[in-house]
Structure formats: C-alpha cells, structure tokens
Design a binder for this molecule. Structure first.
Ligand code: PLP
Length: 353
C-alpha cells in the first residue's frame, strides 16, 4: 500500500446511484451524474453507466475527452458554458452543453457546421443565485436567435442554484422555470426535451413534489458519491455516506506542550492562530498537507482531532492514546475534501469493485 490514498468503493457508489435513480423516477426526473469531482475518472464513469446512467456530465472538456478516450460511449454534457477557445473540442466530444452566451453558441454553431455535427444546447436561466444564467427577460430574445443558427439544436433550458449564495431551490423558483418552458414552447412552437432543474441541492425539493413538474432532469454529483442532499446535508435514506475515505500515515508522534515558545510572527500562511493552553498533549504529524487536500474537508476518527495543517503536514492530537509512527489513520472526506484530494498527484487513488 502507498499513502496517502483515497479508497473509493465503486460498489457503494453503484448502490447510491441506483437508489437515487429509482427515487427520482417516481417524480418523473432523470438523473444526470456529474463526474467532475473524480476528474472524469473512467472507473467512476464505467460504474455510473453500468448502474443505469444514460448520459454523463462534466464541467471540464479535459475530463470528457478522458472518458471518451477510455471508451465511455454514452452521450456527454458539458455543464460549464464553453470557453470560446475550446468550441471545436466541445462539439467534437460533447453532444450537449449548458450555455448562457450568444457569442459562444454562435461559435459552437460554426464549429459544428465545419465538421458536419449537430450540437445540443441547454440555455441556463438566472433564478437568483447569481452564477450562470441569462436573465429571464432576455430568454425569449436569445432563444429566437439560437433557433436561427445552423447545426445547433435547443435541447431545453436549465438552472443552477445554491452554489454561490446558497439560494434554495423551492416551489417558487422551480415553477418559474417550468412556466418559462411552457411559454417558450408555445411562443416558438417547439418541444423542449431536457429541463435541467439543478444539482444535489434540488433533492429535497424533488422528493417533496406532489405531482410531476416540467423539470425532468437533475445533474447530480455529491448526492451520488456521498449519500447526502446538498442543501441541508441530510442523509438520503438507504445510501452509503462512506463510499470514499482517505488514509494517511503517521510520521512523528510525541508528547509535546500545547503552548509554543519564542517571539511570534504570522505563520507560513499569514495567520496568527490563537493559543489555547492545554498542558501537554499527544501530538502526531501525518504525511499529508494543504498541497494535497483542503483539511476542512476531512473528518478524523473518534479520539483524534485535527489541530493544524501546513503544506506537507497535518498536525493531530489524540486523546488517551499515543499514535505510532507508521500507523495509518482513516478519515471521512466530504465533497470539498475530495475535490482537492483527487487533483493531488501525491494521493494514490484505489478503486474497489
Ligand atoms: C458540479 C455541478 C453540478 C453537480 O453538483 P452536485 O452538488 O455535486 O450535485 C450540477 N450542475 C453544475 C452546473 C455543476 O457545475
């Protein structure tokens, strides 16, 4: 074994996605798994497809190309509005992309026409969280122009909430999206195939639906991998919360004072941590640091506390027992932790099937 490592249990992820597919099917909502937190890792993509995903989504073209190269055949959606500098790659590897800028959709149209492909677009609507999306009063005029572009198909509209300001998806804003679909279909005499209502923060809203709305798709990452909805971090009954864990190794362990000595300035990260005098403590260093993972995303086992982190060290204190050099510690990791840990080349990724 090599440490630090992520242990990723694909069997648990498979259980999670199957359960969520089933639950949301009851509300006429399809799920679109999002692979970005795993950087489009082919093992995860294969697990999702084998478990019933008919399309995959990622925010980065590099990840989508990686899955394509690995032989993943399902249609792919790019869920960040394409960079103008990447439109050729987008139309070559993705069937659909989320969009908010006419200038980009025009470039996609041109790139698609050049290679004789058709590219699907979903126009994102701003519903109040103030990240991506066109303002509601500009939606009709954009759609009118997009309808005239060659080699572009309007697949539908969508929205994203919660990521920036924590604005919750609720009946009010989701009804606005549904009504927009009805208005546009009537106004332009078209049929919209995909109404992509949001992310893992939409799950509580979706499960409470009394009758189906026009929203027929959610783009899900966190809920599939961590078994929680993203708004209140409530557990989704029946899913695993521990499909992914992080293991790190102890490299120093001793009993040390809790109070530093000497003249103090700001530390390596520009902070001056407050000192709490606790007498002597069991302190250990683990060989993992801020270069590898955002430590706020780690949860240590009972009896161990993370007290500090620097570039290459995680400082922990243990209660009642002294950790041994060479021993390994298993951490629960959350979405924020995984987002960083996956991108560290120093962390080994072990997949289990
Ligand atoms: C990352 C992302 C998602 C998935 O979010 P989760 O909270 O992990 O479900 C959905 N939509 C967009 C646009 C995203 O960037």
């Amino acid at each position: 074994m090599s440490f630090p490592c992520l242990e990723i249990d694909c069997r648990k992820i498979a259980v999670n996605i199957k359960l969520i597919i089933r639950e949301l099917k009851g509300h006429s909502i399809d799920i679109l798994p999002v692979t970005k937190v795993f950087m489009g890792h082919p093992e995860i993509a294969a697990t999702l497809v084998e478990s019933g995903a008919v399309m995959l989504a990622d925010s980065r073209i590099e990840n989508i190309e990686r899955m394509r190269c690995a032989g993943i055949k399902v249609p792919m959606m790019l869920i960040r509005t394409p960079m103008l500098s990447q439109v050729e790659r987008v139309v070559s590897s993705c069937e659909v992309s989320l969009n908010t800028e006419l200038v980009v959709i025009k470039a996609l149209s041109e790139a698609a026409r050049t290679i004789g492909y058709y590219h699907g677009v979903i126009i994102m609507v701003e519903l109040g969280d103030l990240r991506e999306g066109v303002m509601v009063n500009q939606l009709e005029s954009i759609i009118k122009k997009v309808l005239e572009l060659p080699n572009i198909i309007i697949n539908g509209i969508g929205a994203n909430l919660t990521c920036r300001y924590g604005v919750a998806p609720d009946r009010k804003n989701m009804d606005i999206l549904s009504n927009l679909v009805n208005d546009i279909e009537r106004r332009f005499d078209i049929k919209m195939k995909i109404i992509s209502g949001g992310n893992s923060a939409n799950i509580l809203w979706a499960l409470k639906l009394e009758r189906p709305s026009r929203i027929n798709q959610l783009r899900l990452g966190e809920s599939i991998y961590f078994g929680v909805e993203a708004l209140k971090k409530q557990h989704i009954t029946g899913t695993y919360k521990d499909a992914i864990i992080l293991i790190a190794e102890v490299i120093e362990s001793s009993v040390k004072p809790s109070k530093p000595w000497g003249c103090r300035y700001k530390n390596a990260f520009g902070d001056m941590p407050e000192i709490v005098e606790r007498g002597m403590v069991n302190q250990a260093l683990l060989a993992i640091g801020r270069q590898d993972v955002n430590p706020s995303g780690l949860r240590p086992p009972i009896g161990i506390k993370i007290v500090a982190s620097t570039s290459d060290h995680l400082v922990v204190e243990s209660e009642g027992h002294i950790l041994k050099v060479g021993q390994t510690i298993k951490f629960r990791i959350d979405y924020v932790g995984l987002l960083s840990a996956m991108t560290s080349p120093y962390i080994k990724k072990n997949f289990y099937h």
